[in-house]
Design a protein around this ligand. Structure first.
Ligand code: PRX
Length: 635
């Protein structure tokens, strides 16, 4: 098992060790895992290319580190607790033995379908245990999983399948979320129609809805499982072989498929999980994230299972059948660590205390947040009413690209401060730069957050586009990884994340590129062009404000266009990307060189209707007053 730090002086000591001798430090952690062949070298790196290799030529399989490594003493321990959407439906508990057996069985299904090491497998499923089984089965045989969040539209799914060149899609007939049923197979069918690469679909029966199955392409999960046994040997992987691809949005272009590799990701997620959450044997840990995002990958599945933890997965939503659902789950399974997003905390806080008061939350020891800045009010509500003033809150800052937690308290060890991610994790060397790229030394400084030394969990490339990887993360500031986030280091040396400094917005913890939403809106036949900006939103953190220029205003009137713009975004990205506000305007504020002056639009979206600063470079300053008049009407 990876070592667990238990005191503040222990943290300081280990951090200093990781700084002074990073390779020696990580070699010690790596040695606690099960290797088929030891690595030759701990680290080779060059941020210019960029090329990062951890544990070169080491051979292993991540599922052997989850299962075989734990089997003698953990076989009968619960690995996964699954709480269904409907609390009246029977929950499921899978022991490590049972999960292992199903993973091997399903990996035999994949082998029988001709899947080979290095093949890409797309997964588009609801939050059911078979999703975990599918991803671990891929890892078992060296196939690269690419999970797409089941809230994405068919077009987004199709784009991701095509980009990864996936030859199999694992999906389900449908999914339950609150009172709604999602037509997952229908969306999958539309996506498969749009891309040529998928040869076969494996379909799990979840809702029992009547769905079409295409002969020769679609196969039922349960039928294929009956044809195979549950024994096999894991494929031996190189430390740097890809484990998975996960798509995320950037400030420009289409979503990027970040590639995470085997050994470094394994070591980093296991080590951060155990130390940040202070997970102890016998604890029950509940992460409310969807596995379609990086938090679900790293801290619902890989980190916990590599640590021999009992991890709870929940199919439904926090507000159904009522707003006490999370707390009911905590009470029912005596959850010890609970990890969620600030947006969930804010929305539950707004619904009042009556949903919390009648629940027994005494089992809780640690609370966590992730995905967006947490405001002080939500932090205090979480701390006082959920943690009853006795549970430390770990405000964990990290990204899809970082693979695991980068800046965070270690629960109960690093003293917390509301809305601060506090101090860097072992091995992480943050650096703050000014806009010119000069390092800002000392405390009480604010600037852009970079990382100056590699860590094992970092993404290695963008699938099929290494140059874009270099450009996006390693070219803004030479020899540094640029996070895209603004940060403040206060007088105590504590870090507070201020939010994105690029054209990425964070809506309810969902990361989206403004350009991506604009491209979707521009697909509308009556739209000429559009500009999207974020604005502060009390529950979602940020809301989406779309300024839209149309070619024709006669069809359906403004209200009709507004509605169909929302439907267009729904169709192209998914419902979670729908703008909160759509303002139909005659023109956008552009400079003479044709660049949109977004700072003006941001101010208007924030409710500031004058004092726009220097607007002399605008081609047509009149446009601004027209937009202001329109914005006043819909604010
Ligand atoms: O802006 C930061 C914000 O979420 C971004 C990363 O989004 P994504 O790749 O989707 O991963 C989210 C889950 C790890 C970051 O660039 N972010 C993440 N955690 C925090 C945060 N902002 C403030 N505080 C956090 N704890």
């Amino acid at each position: 098992m990876v070592p667990k730090i238990s005191t503040l002086s222990g943290y300081i000591f280990e951090y200093q060790k990781s700084f002074a001798n990073p390779t020696g430090f990580w070699a010690n952690i790596a040695d606690t895992f099960f290797w088929r062949k030891k690595y030759d070298q701990v680290l080779e790196w060059d941020f210019k290319k960029p090329e990062i290799k951890w544990f070169a030529n080491g051979k292993l399989n991540i599922t052997e580190n989850i299962f075989e490594r734990h089997m003698f003493h953990r076989g009968d321990q619960t690995a996964i607790i699954w709480e269904p959407n409907d609390p009246k439906e029977q929950f499921v508990k899978l022991t490590y033995n049972e999960l292992f057996s199903k993973v091997k069985q399903f990996s035999n299904v994949l082998l029988k379908q001709g899947v080979q090491k290095g093949d890409r497998i797309a997964i588009y499923m609801p939050m059911v245990p078979e999703l975990v089984i599918a991803m671990l089965a891929c890892a078992r045989i060296g196939a690269i999983h690419s999970i797409v969040f089941a809230g994405f539209s068919s077009q987004s799914l199709g784009d991701r399948i095509a980009d990864a060149g996936a030859k199999i899609l694992i999906t389900a007939d449908g999914g339950f979320r609150g009172t709604k049923t999602t037509p997952i197979k229908q969306i999958s069918d539309e996506a498969m129609d749009q891309c040529q690469c998928v040869e076969k679909a494996i379909v799990l029966k979840r809702t029992g809805d009547d769905i079409p199955m295409k002969a020769g392409r679609d196969y039922w999960w349960h039928e294929l499982m009956q044809e195979v046994n549950d024994t096999n040997e894991a494929e031996i992987m190189d430390a740097e072989d890809p484990l998975f691809i996960l798509y995320t949005s950037g400030s420009t272009g289409k979503p990027k498929g970040l590639v995470h590799t085997t050994a470094g990701y394994m070591i980093y997620t296991a080590y951060t999980f155990r130390n940040v959450f202070q997970y102890g044997d016998g604890d029950t840990y509940f992460c409310s994230a969807d596995i379609g995002w990086i938090t679900g990958h790293s801290y619902l599945v890989y980190g916990p299972l590599l640590s021999g933890a009992t991890t709870l997965m929940f199919e439904g939503i926090p507000t159904w059948p009522d707003a006490g659902r999370f707390w009911e789950i905590v009470d029912k399974y005596k959850v010890n660590q609970f990890y969620t997003a600030p947006t969930a905390i804010r929305s539950l806080m707004a619904l009042g205390m009556e949903w919390v008061e009648n629940k027994n939350l005494a089992s809780l020891k640690v609370l966590g947040t992730v995905g967006e800045p947490i405001n002080e009010e939500a932090w205090h509500w979480y701390h006082d009413h959920i943690g009853k003033n006795r549970c430390p809150i770990v405000d964990t800052w990290w990204q899809t690209e970082t693979g695991g937690i980068m800046i965070s308290p270690l629960a109960g060890i690093i003293p917390t401060k509301p809305s601060y991610a506090t101090l860097p994790f072992m091995g992480i060397q943050p650096l703050i730069v000014d806009p010119e790229g000069k390092e800002m030394h000392g405390n009480s400084v604010e600037g852009n957050l970079c990382i100056k030394f590699p860590w094992p969990g970092m993404a290695r490339t963008i699938w099929g586009d290494h140059e874009r990887f270099r450009q996006t993360y390693f070219s803004t500031y030479p020899d540094l990884y640029f996070t895209g986030d603004g940060v403040k280091r206060d007088e105590d040396g504590y870090y507070r994340i201020l939010g994105r400094v690029d054209d990425v917005i964070n809506v309810s913890g969902h990361r989206m590129g403004t350009a991506e939403i604009e491209n979707a809106i521009n697909e509308h036949p009556l739209v000429n062009e559009s500009a999207v900006v974020g604005f502060p939103h009390p529950i979602k953190g940020q809301g989406i404000y779309a300024f839209v220029v149309c070619t024709d205003y006669s069809t359906g009137g403004e209200e009709g266009i507004r509605h169909s713009v929302l439907m267009t975004v729904n169709k192209i990205i998914g419902p979670f990307a729908r703008p909160d506000k759509v303002l139909i305007v005659k023109g956008l504020p552009k400079t003479r060189s044709g660049k949109i002056m977004r700072r003006i639009l941001r101010k208007i979206a924030e409710g500031q209707m004058d004092n726009f600063g220097d607007t002399t470079t605008l081609l047509d300053p009149e446009v601004v007053s027209e937009i202001v008049e329109g914005a006043k009407k819909i604010s």
